[in-house]
Write a protein that binds this ligand. Sequence first.
Ligand code: KG4
Ligand code: ZN
Length: 345
Amino acid sequence: MTSVAGDPFLTLGIETSCDDTAVAVLEGPRRVLAAGLSSQVEDHAPHGGVVPELASRKHQEAILPLLHQVLNRAGIRNPARELHLVAVTSGPGLMGSLLVGVMTAKALSQAWEVPLVSVNHLEGHLFANVVAHGDLKPPFLCLIVSGGHTEILLVRAFGDYQVLGGTRDDAAGEAYDKVAKLLGLGYPGGPVVDRLAATGNPEAFPLPVPLSGSGAVEFSFSGLKTAVLWVLKRLEKDGLPVPVEDLCASFQRAAVASLLEKTRVAVEQTGVRQVALSGGVGANSALRAGLEEEGARRGWRVYLPPRDLCTDNGVMIAAAGYSAFRRGIRCDVTFAPDPSWELNA
Ligand code: KG4
Ligand code: ZN
Protein backbone atom coordinates (compact mmCIF):
# COMPACT_ATOMS: atom_id res chain seq x y z
CA MET A 1 0.00 0.00 0.00
CA THR A 2 1.58 3.23 -1.10
CA SER A 3 0.71 6.76 -0.11
CA VAL A 4 -0.18 9.49 -2.55
CA ALA A 5 2.92 11.66 -2.79
CA GLY A 6 2.46 15.01 -1.09
CA ASP A 7 -0.65 13.99 0.86
CA PRO A 8 0.36 13.73 4.51
CA PHE A 9 -3.30 14.06 5.57
CA LEU A 10 -3.88 11.85 8.62
CA THR A 11 -7.30 10.34 9.41
CA LEU A 12 -8.22 8.53 12.59
CA GLY A 13 -10.86 5.85 11.90
CA ILE A 14 -13.08 4.43 14.66
CA GLU A 15 -15.36 1.41 14.24
CA THR A 16 -17.66 0.04 16.97
CA SER A 17 -20.82 -0.95 15.10
CA CYS A 18 -21.01 -4.57 16.24
CA ASP A 19 -18.60 -6.68 18.29
CA ASP A 20 -15.17 -5.47 17.20
CA THR A 21 -13.62 -2.31 18.58
CA ALA A 22 -11.30 -1.08 15.82
CA VAL A 23 -9.11 1.99 15.43
CA ALA A 24 -6.70 2.97 12.65
CA VAL A 25 -4.63 5.87 11.41
CA LEU A 26 -4.48 6.31 7.66
CA GLU A 27 -2.20 8.63 5.73
CA GLY A 28 -3.81 10.02 2.60
CA PRO A 29 -6.32 7.71 0.92
CA ARG A 30 -4.56 4.35 1.41
CA ARG A 31 -1.44 4.21 3.54
CA VAL A 32 -2.03 2.46 6.87
CA LEU A 33 0.19 3.93 9.60
CA ALA A 34 -1.28 1.78 12.38
CA ALA A 35 -4.37 -0.34 12.95
CA GLY A 36 -5.65 -2.14 16.02
CA LEU A 37 -8.60 -4.32 16.86
CA SER A 38 -10.05 -5.61 20.09
CA SER A 39 -12.22 -8.63 19.37
CA GLN A 40 -15.13 -9.63 21.60
CA VAL A 41 -15.48 -13.12 20.13
CA GLU A 42 -14.61 -14.82 23.42
CA ASP A 43 -17.15 -12.73 25.33
CA HIS A 44 -20.03 -13.54 22.99
CA ALA A 45 -19.13 -17.14 22.09
CA PRO A 46 -20.71 -18.68 25.23
CA HIS A 47 -24.00 -16.99 24.26
CA GLY A 48 -23.91 -18.29 20.68
CA GLY A 49 -24.12 -14.79 19.19
CA VAL A 50 -23.61 -11.10 19.90
CA VAL A 51 -25.28 -9.86 23.10
CA PRO A 52 -25.85 -6.14 22.45
CA GLU A 53 -25.56 -4.91 26.05
CA LEU A 54 -22.35 -6.88 26.55
CA ALA A 55 -20.99 -5.53 23.25
CA SER A 56 -21.39 -1.89 24.28
CA ARG A 57 -19.81 -2.52 27.68
CA LYS A 58 -16.81 -4.17 26.05
CA HIS A 59 -16.42 -1.33 23.53
CA GLN A 60 -16.44 1.08 26.46
CA GLU A 61 -13.60 -0.83 28.15
CA ALA A 62 -11.55 -1.32 25.01
CA ILE A 63 -11.76 1.91 23.09
CA LEU A 64 -9.43 4.30 24.95
CA PRO A 65 -6.57 1.83 25.57
CA LEU A 66 -6.81 0.77 21.91
CA LEU A 67 -6.79 4.39 20.78
CA HIS A 68 -3.63 5.11 22.80
CA GLN A 69 -1.96 2.01 21.43
CA VAL A 70 -2.76 2.84 17.80
CA LEU A 71 -1.74 6.50 18.10
CA ASN A 72 1.55 5.41 19.66
CA ARG A 73 2.22 2.88 16.94
CA ALA A 74 1.44 5.52 14.31
CA GLY A 75 4.05 7.75 15.98
CA ILE A 76 1.49 10.40 16.83
CA ARG A 77 2.48 12.27 19.98
CA ASN A 78 0.25 15.31 19.66
CA PRO A 79 -3.02 14.31 17.96
CA ALA A 80 -4.47 17.83 18.07
CA ARG A 81 -1.58 19.05 15.91
CA GLU A 82 -0.91 15.97 13.81
CA LEU A 83 -4.33 14.54 12.95
CA HIS A 84 -6.50 16.16 10.28
CA LEU A 85 -9.75 14.22 10.58
CA VAL A 86 -11.70 11.86 12.84
CA ALA A 87 -13.98 9.39 10.98
CA VAL A 88 -16.44 7.21 12.85
CA THR A 89 -19.04 4.59 11.96
CA SER A 90 -22.47 5.88 12.87
CA GLY A 91 -24.65 3.14 11.35
CA PRO A 92 -25.94 0.65 10.53
CA GLY A 93 -25.25 -1.45 13.62
CA LEU A 94 -26.20 -1.88 17.25
CA MET A 95 -27.26 1.38 18.90
CA GLY A 96 -25.36 0.83 22.15
CA SER A 97 -22.20 -0.15 20.28
CA LEU A 98 -22.40 2.71 17.78
CA LEU A 99 -22.88 5.20 20.60
CA VAL A 100 -19.55 4.30 22.19
CA GLY A 101 -17.62 5.04 18.99
CA VAL A 102 -19.64 8.09 18.05
CA MET A 103 -19.46 9.73 21.50
CA THR A 104 -15.73 9.02 21.70
CA ALA A 105 -15.17 10.49 18.23
CA LYS A 106 -17.23 13.58 19.05
CA ALA A 107 -15.29 14.15 22.27
CA LEU A 108 -11.93 13.75 20.51
CA SER A 109 -12.94 16.01 17.66
CA GLN A 110 -14.05 18.71 20.11
CA ALA A 111 -11.03 18.39 22.38
CA TRP A 112 -8.50 18.31 19.52
CA GLU A 113 -10.42 20.75 17.31
CA VAL A 114 -10.16 18.33 14.41
CA PRO A 115 -13.02 17.90 11.89
CA LEU A 116 -15.38 14.95 12.24
CA VAL A 117 -17.03 12.81 9.55
CA SER A 118 -19.70 10.19 10.13
CA VAL A 119 -19.30 7.04 8.00
CA ASN A 120 -21.82 4.46 6.86
CA HIS A 121 -20.47 1.02 7.83
CA LEU A 122 -21.30 -0.45 4.40
CA GLU A 123 -19.57 2.39 2.60
CA GLY A 124 -16.66 1.58 4.90
CA HIS A 125 -16.68 -2.04 3.74
CA LEU A 126 -16.49 -1.02 0.12
CA PHE A 127 -13.52 1.27 0.87
CA ALA A 128 -11.51 -1.79 1.94
CA ASN A 129 -11.12 -2.21 -1.82
CA VAL A 130 -9.91 1.34 -2.31
CA VAL A 131 -7.22 0.80 0.33
CA ALA A 132 -6.19 -2.51 -1.20
CA HIS A 133 -6.28 -1.54 -4.88
CA GLY A 134 -4.92 1.84 -5.98
CA ASP A 135 -6.14 1.26 -9.54
CA LEU A 136 -9.82 0.71 -8.66
CA LYS A 137 -11.96 3.45 -10.15
CA PRO A 138 -15.77 3.72 -10.46
CA PRO A 139 -17.96 2.55 -11.99
CA PHE A 140 -17.71 -0.86 -10.34
CA LEU A 141 -19.96 -3.35 -8.64
CA CYS A 142 -19.42 -4.23 -5.00
CA LEU A 143 -20.74 -7.43 -3.48
CA ILE A 144 -21.06 -6.70 0.23
CA VAL A 145 -21.46 -9.85 2.31
CA SER A 146 -21.33 -9.43 6.06
CA GLY A 147 -23.00 -10.66 9.21
CA GLY A 148 -25.77 -8.08 8.85
CA HIS A 149 -25.95 -7.35 5.12
CA THR A 150 -25.88 -8.98 1.71
CA GLU A 151 -26.20 -6.61 -1.18
CA ILE A 152 -24.76 -5.68 -4.52
CA LEU A 153 -24.01 -2.00 -5.04
CA LEU A 154 -23.35 -0.14 -8.22
CA VAL A 155 -20.68 2.40 -7.32
CA ARG A 156 -21.26 5.13 -9.92
CA ALA A 157 -18.78 7.41 -8.16
CA PHE A 158 -17.52 7.52 -4.59
CA GLY A 159 -20.49 8.81 -2.63
CA ASP A 160 -22.95 7.87 -5.39
CA TYR A 161 -24.29 4.36 -4.84
CA GLN A 162 -27.21 2.37 -6.17
CA VAL A 163 -28.28 -0.73 -4.26
CA LEU A 164 -29.10 -3.22 -7.05
CA GLY A 165 -30.54 -5.75 -4.63
CA GLY A 166 -30.25 -7.23 -1.19
CA THR A 167 -31.42 -10.09 0.95
CA ARG A 168 -35.06 -10.82 1.66
CA ASP A 169 -34.22 -12.36 5.03
CA ASP A 170 -30.93 -13.51 6.58
CA ALA A 171 -27.59 -12.08 5.54
CA ALA A 172 -24.95 -14.49 4.18
CA GLY A 173 -22.79 -14.24 7.32
CA GLU A 174 -25.85 -14.72 9.50
CA ALA A 175 -26.62 -17.94 7.59
CA TYR A 176 -23.04 -19.17 8.12
CA ASP A 177 -23.36 -18.38 11.83
CA LYS A 178 -26.75 -20.10 12.14
CA VAL A 179 -25.61 -23.23 10.29
CA ALA A 180 -22.52 -23.38 12.51
CA LYS A 181 -24.79 -23.15 15.55
CA LEU A 182 -26.98 -26.02 14.25
CA LEU A 183 -23.82 -28.10 13.82
CA GLY A 184 -22.53 -27.15 17.28
CA LEU A 185 -19.47 -25.39 15.85
CA GLY A 186 -19.60 -22.25 17.98
CA TYR A 187 -19.61 -18.54 17.18
CA PRO A 188 -18.73 -16.93 14.80
CA GLY A 189 -19.47 -19.70 12.36
CA GLY A 190 -18.14 -18.37 9.07
CA PRO A 191 -14.45 -19.13 9.52
CA VAL A 192 -15.02 -22.62 10.97
CA VAL A 193 -17.57 -23.65 8.30
CA ASP A 194 -15.14 -22.34 5.68
CA ARG A 195 -12.31 -24.45 7.15
CA LEU A 196 -14.35 -27.66 7.54
CA ALA A 197 -15.93 -27.29 4.08
CA ALA A 198 -12.46 -27.51 2.54
CA THR A 199 -12.26 -31.23 3.36
CA GLY A 200 -15.94 -32.07 2.75
CA ASN A 201 -17.81 -33.21 -0.35
CA PRO A 202 -19.89 -30.28 -1.70
CA GLU A 203 -22.14 -32.70 -3.62
CA ALA A 204 -22.94 -34.88 -0.59
CA PHE A 205 -26.26 -33.10 0.05
CA PRO A 206 -28.18 -31.50 -2.85
CA LEU A 207 -29.14 -28.32 -0.97
CA PRO A 208 -31.07 -25.77 -3.06
CA VAL A 209 -29.39 -22.65 -4.47
CA PRO A 210 -31.62 -19.85 -3.14
CA LEU A 211 -33.65 -17.87 -5.73
CA SER A 212 -31.76 -19.51 -8.56
CA GLY A 213 -33.04 -18.49 -11.98
CA SER A 214 -35.18 -15.60 -10.68
CA GLY A 215 -33.23 -13.23 -12.94
CA ALA A 216 -33.17 -10.54 -10.23
CA VAL A 217 -30.44 -9.32 -7.90
CA GLU A 218 -31.93 -10.69 -4.70
CA PHE A 219 -30.83 -13.07 -1.98
CA SER A 220 -32.46 -15.31 0.59
CA PHE A 221 -30.54 -17.52 2.99
CA SER A 222 -33.06 -18.51 5.59
CA GLY A 223 -34.52 -21.39 3.50
CA LEU A 224 -31.03 -22.77 2.92
CA LYS A 225 -30.36 -22.75 6.66
CA THR A 226 -33.69 -24.57 7.20
CA ALA A 227 -32.70 -27.14 4.55
CA VAL A 228 -29.59 -27.88 6.65
CA LEU A 229 -31.83 -28.29 9.69
CA TRP A 230 -34.00 -30.83 7.82
CA VAL A 231 -30.94 -32.84 6.80
CA LEU A 232 -29.86 -32.94 10.45
CA LYS A 233 -33.32 -34.06 11.59
CA ARG A 234 -33.38 -36.82 8.98
CA LEU A 235 -29.92 -38.07 9.95
CA GLU A 236 -30.95 -38.07 13.61
CA LYS A 237 -34.18 -39.92 12.85
CA ASP A 238 -32.26 -42.56 10.87
CA GLY A 239 -29.69 -42.85 13.67
CA LEU A 240 -26.87 -41.84 11.33
CA PRO A 241 -23.77 -39.80 12.29
CA VAL A 242 -23.57 -36.21 11.01
CA PRO A 243 -20.91 -35.84 8.29
CA VAL A 244 -20.07 -32.31 9.42
CA GLU A 245 -17.49 -31.54 6.73
CA ASP A 246 -19.81 -32.73 3.93
CA LEU A 247 -22.70 -30.69 5.29
CA CYS A 248 -20.52 -27.57 5.60
CA ALA A 249 -19.25 -28.09 2.06
CA SER A 250 -22.78 -28.64 0.67
CA PHE A 251 -24.12 -25.54 2.44
CA GLN A 252 -21.19 -23.48 1.22
CA ARG A 253 -21.60 -24.71 -2.36
CA ALA A 254 -25.23 -23.51 -2.42
CA ALA A 255 -24.51 -20.21 -0.64
CA VAL A 256 -21.56 -19.33 -2.87
CA ALA A 257 -23.44 -20.42 -6.03
CA SER A 258 -26.19 -17.96 -5.13
CA LEU A 259 -23.73 -15.10 -4.52
CA LEU A 260 -21.98 -15.80 -7.84
CA GLU A 261 -25.21 -16.17 -9.83
CA LYS A 262 -26.57 -12.84 -8.56
CA THR A 263 -23.26 -11.14 -9.28
CA ARG A 264 -23.59 -12.40 -12.88
CA VAL A 265 -27.10 -10.93 -13.02
CA ALA A 266 -25.78 -7.58 -11.72
CA VAL A 267 -23.06 -7.53 -14.39
CA GLU A 268 -25.65 -8.33 -17.09
CA GLN A 269 -28.03 -5.63 -15.81
CA THR A 270 -25.45 -2.87 -15.62
CA GLY A 271 -22.81 -3.82 -18.18
CA VAL A 272 -20.23 -3.00 -15.49
CA ARG A 273 -17.46 -5.60 -15.51
CA GLN A 274 -15.37 -4.51 -12.56
CA VAL A 275 -16.42 -6.49 -9.48
CA ALA A 276 -15.19 -5.88 -5.94
CA LEU A 277 -15.86 -7.98 -2.87
CA SER A 278 -16.21 -6.84 0.73
CA GLY A 279 -17.59 -7.68 4.17
CA GLY A 280 -16.71 -10.50 6.57
CA VAL A 281 -17.92 -13.30 4.25
CA GLY A 282 -15.53 -11.81 1.68
CA ALA A 283 -12.85 -13.66 3.68
CA ASN A 284 -14.42 -16.96 2.58
CA SER A 285 -12.06 -19.12 0.52
CA ALA A 286 -14.71 -20.66 -1.74
CA LEU A 287 -16.28 -17.29 -2.51
CA ARG A 288 -12.92 -15.70 -3.28
CA ALA A 289 -11.87 -18.59 -5.51
CA GLY A 290 -15.31 -18.70 -7.19
CA LEU A 291 -15.28 -15.00 -7.96
CA GLU A 292 -11.79 -15.20 -9.44
CA GLU A 293 -12.84 -18.13 -11.62
CA GLU A 294 -15.98 -16.34 -12.81
CA GLY A 295 -13.89 -13.25 -13.53
CA ALA A 296 -11.38 -15.23 -15.58
CA ARG A 297 -14.15 -17.06 -17.45
CA ARG A 298 -16.28 -14.00 -18.19
CA GLY A 299 -13.70 -11.28 -18.59
CA TRP A 300 -14.47 -9.38 -15.40
CA ARG A 301 -11.86 -7.50 -13.44
CA VAL A 302 -12.19 -8.88 -9.91
CA TYR A 303 -10.94 -7.03 -6.81
CA LEU A 304 -10.47 -8.93 -3.54
CA PRO A 305 -9.29 -7.08 -0.42
CA PRO A 306 -6.99 -9.00 1.95
CA ARG A 307 -8.98 -10.97 4.53
CA ASP A 308 -8.24 -8.64 7.44
CA LEU A 309 -9.78 -5.77 5.50
CA CYS A 310 -12.92 -7.83 4.72
CA THR A 311 -13.94 -8.27 8.35
CA ASP A 312 -14.69 -5.15 10.41
CA ASN A 313 -11.71 -2.82 10.84
CA GLY A 314 -10.83 0.82 11.44
CA VAL A 315 -8.84 1.24 8.22
CA MET A 316 -11.90 1.02 5.97
CA ILE A 317 -13.71 3.62 8.08
CA ALA A 318 -10.76 6.01 7.93
CA ALA A 319 -10.58 5.52 4.14
CA ALA A 320 -14.30 6.17 3.62
CA GLY A 321 -14.11 9.19 5.95
CA TYR A 322 -11.12 10.60 4.09
CA SER A 323 -12.94 10.26 0.75
CA ALA A 324 -16.08 11.91 2.16
CA PHE A 325 -14.02 14.78 3.58
CA ARG A 326 -12.30 15.29 0.21
CA ARG A 327 -15.78 15.43 -1.37
CA GLY A 328 -16.63 18.29 0.97
CA ILE A 329 -18.64 16.37 3.55
CA ARG A 330 -18.46 17.74 7.11
CA CYS A 331 -20.41 16.77 10.24
CA ASP A 332 -21.08 18.89 13.27
CA VAL A 333 -21.40 17.27 16.67
CA THR A 334 -25.19 17.12 16.58
CA PHE A 335 -25.48 13.98 14.43
CA ALA A 336 -26.81 10.83 16.08
CA PRO A 337 -25.98 7.21 15.27
CA ASP A 338 -28.55 5.55 13.01
CA PRO A 339 -28.77 1.77 13.63
CA SER A 340 -30.59 1.23 10.32
CA TRP A 341 -28.83 3.74 8.08
CA GLU A 342 -29.44 2.61 4.49
CA LEU A 343 -26.78 3.19 1.90
CA ASN A 344 -28.63 4.44 -1.12
CA ALA A 345 -28.55 7.24 -3.63
O1 KG4 B 1 -18.25 -7.64 8.14
P1 KG4 B 1 -18.21 -8.38 9.42
O2 KG4 B 1 -16.89 -8.51 10.14
O3 KG4 B 1 -19.23 -7.79 10.46
C1 KG4 B 1 -20.48 -7.29 10.06
O4 KG4 B 1 -20.51 -6.15 9.56
O5 KG4 B 1 -21.44 -8.08 10.17
O6 KG4 B 1 -18.80 -9.83 9.11
C2 KG4 B 1 -18.92 -10.81 10.09
C3 KG4 B 1 -19.51 -12.06 9.44
C4 KG4 B 1 -19.85 -13.15 10.43
O7 KG4 B 1 -21.16 -13.60 10.15
C5 KG4 B 1 -18.80 -14.21 10.14
O8 KG4 B 1 -19.26 -15.53 10.41
C6 KG4 B 1 -18.56 -14.01 8.67
O9 KG4 B 1 -18.56 -12.60 8.51
N1 KG4 B 1 -17.26 -14.55 8.22
C7 KG4 B 1 -17.15 -15.55 7.32
C8 KG4 B 1 -15.76 -15.83 7.21
N2 KG4 B 1 -15.09 -14.97 8.05
C9 KG4 B 1 -16.03 -14.19 8.65
N3 KG4 B 1 -18.07 -16.23 6.63
C10 KG4 B 1 -17.65 -17.20 5.80
N4 KG4 B 1 -16.35 -17.53 5.65
C11 KG4 B 1 -15.37 -16.88 6.31
N5 KG4 B 1 -14.09 -17.22 6.16
ZN1 ZN C 1 -19.09 -5.15 8.89
